[in-house]
Design a binder for this molecule. Structure first.
Ligand code: F6R
Ligand code: MG
Ligand code: MG
Length: 366
């Protein structure tokens, strides 16, 4: 029987600003899932990254299942009530619709899920990012799945010689999902040409061309497209199956040492380095920097092991120091130039109003 891994995350309120959820809120989400999972889930783990809570669960019901999505929706609703009761900031922030309509996609929470026939041993990684958006994963995925400079398996492991298929979504198209499939290595330059614009083109999935198996699923939600206005950054999650015909864990992790500048940070309107952090990390400097955590698991017949914290290692302490320097460096130029996002990506409406007011004061010189 096939196993499905579903990860769903939402910001339903946090302590002291957009920093971290309270223990009571976390406990209420855990409690709801525990009480209602009978007959639905095989296993689940609940964690947080910055102000976002993630429900990671396994089951046999396939992707996009209304009961599984409904369970997560109700758990987040329950948590929101507790968040309101405690006066937490941004209570229910990511629950953008009033009533659940069968699929949590398009309702605010981010979803990444995959259904597959388990290998005899099935390691996978669960990434959760805060204060950034789904395109933040573009570069690391490209390097791990298409560049032998980072993924030695592409030249050393025959199971990977055929390369990978990239499904890339145009997230600026709001009517429906608009997706292109491109093959690495033949179409590498086309892939790069799209991925260079992470606010518009986002990797949604990656598939082995040797086995056809799915390796990657990324949440591609754009909250602004749902709400029509700024409601918070999209804070993406991602599942990555590793080893064997897929890149090794270390090959998937290696590109995070680059910590590229990504969109997000303060008010979802700035550029900051993508810092790999330990599990259950909070947010601090300038409501950031943009962070990413990674939990490694194995799954067998749907049962999950305990997580291993992939970025909890002395190597990543060194990287974090370097990334802090990158963060301070770009913050030195404040609002100027590439430190703040372009007009089209600014997620607070205030500047639009300001520019409109100023516009009327411009005079054309004879
Ligand atoms: C970014 C984020 C924060 C808030 C900022 C202001 O995703 O959540 O940086 O944008 O703290 O928050 P508000 O507008 O809620 O006062
Ligand atoms: Mg928030
Ligand atoms: Mg968040």
């Amino acid at each position: 029987m096939k196993t499905t891994i579903t990860a769903i995350k939402a910001d339903i309120g946090s302590i002291g600003g957009h920093i971290k959820p309270s223990q009571r809120v976390l406990d209420s989400v855990i409690g709801y899932v525990e009480q209602h999972q009978q007959g639905l889930l095989i296993d689940y783990k609940i964690s947080f990254t910055g102000d976002d809570i993630a429900i990671l669960c396994t089951h046999n019901k396939g992707v996009g299942n209304p009961d599984i999505h409904g369970l997560a929706w109700e758990a987040f609703k329950t948590g929101t009530e507790v968040a309101k009761d405690q006066g937490l900031y941004g209570a229910g922030q990511d629950l953008l619709k009033d009533a659940f309509s069968g699929n949590i996609k398009g309702m605010g929470p981010a979803v990444a899920e995959m259904e597959f026939e388990e290998r005899p041993n099935e390691p996978f990684l669960f990434f959760a990012a805060d204060k950034t958006d789904p395109g933040a994963y573009n570069l690391a995925l490209y390097l791990a799945f298409a560049d032998p400079m980072f993924c030695s398996g592409l030249i050393l492991s025959p199971g990977m010689f055929k390369g990978f298929r990239f499904d890339i979504m145009d997230v600026s198209y709001t009517e429906a999902d608009r997706v292109i499939s491109l093959n690495a290595p033949e179409e590498l330059y086309d892939i790069a040409a799209l991925l260079r614009d992470p606010e518009r083109f986002v990797i949604e999935g990656i598939y082995s061309r040797e086995t056809g198996e799915q390796a990657v699923s990324v949440s591609t939600t754009r909250l602004r497209n749902i709400a029509g206005k700024y409601t918070g950054k999209d804070d993406p999650i991602m599942l990555v199956r590793v080893q064997g015909a897929f890149p090794a864990t270390g090959e998937v992790l290696a590109p995070y040492s680059i910590a590229p500048y990504v969109a997000g940070f303060m008010r979802g309107s700035h550029t900051g380095p993508f810092m790999p952090v330990k599990l259950n990390s909070t947010i601090s400097f300038f409501d950031g920097p943009p962070v990413v955590s990674c939990a490694g698991y194995c799954v067998h017949e749907g049962k999950l092991t305990n997580p291993v914290d992939a970025f909890d290692h002395p190597f990543w302490d060194y990287i974090r120091e370097k990334v802090s320097e990158k963060a301070i460096e770009i913050r030195r130029q404040g609002f100027f130039g590439s430190a703040m996002l372009p007009y089209s990506e600014l997620e607070y409406g205030g500047i639009v109003k300001k520019l409109e007011e100023l516009d009327s004061r411009f005079q054309i010189r004879e």
